[in-house]
Design a protein around this ligand. Structure first.
Ligand SMILES: [Cu+2]
Length: 111
């Protein structure tokens, strides 16, 4: 795509509600949660609707962030792995490590 056509496309897109929605979504933030010492740190975080959470496993043991009620799951994270989930609906989301269910965390999504 040439610069000219690219600029035209951006101008056309800017006038649509969809483009405005995408622009708002593009500002969504990502909050990091460490998994270390068999715990989520911080265990409770508060984010805005549309934001993401990124878990990074610093332990030798594999972990997950599994939201059974919401049907969200990072899947198995080995040492150094990251898993990211986005939250598009306000609410309070409890999660566990599926491998070590005593590890618990909570994501609060504000409206
Ligand atoms: Cu675990």
């Amino acid at each position: 795509m040439t610069n000219l056509t690219r600029r035209k496309a951006l101008i056309l897109a800017a006038g649509t509600p969809l483009a405005l929605g995408l622009a708002a979504r593009a500002r969504a933030a990502t909050t990091d949660v460490a998994i270390q010492g068999m715990a989520f740190a911080p265990a409770t975080i508060t984010i805005a609707t549309g934001d993401s959470v990124r878990w990074t496993n610093a332990d030798g043991a594999p972990h997950t962030a599994t939201f059974r009620d919401a049907g969200l799951d990072t899947g198995r994270l080995n040492r150094g792995d990251t898993g990211e989930l986005s939250f598009d609906t306000p609410g309070t989301y409890d999660y566990v490590c599926a491998i070590h269910p005593s590890m618990r965390g909570q994501v609060i999504v504000t409206g």
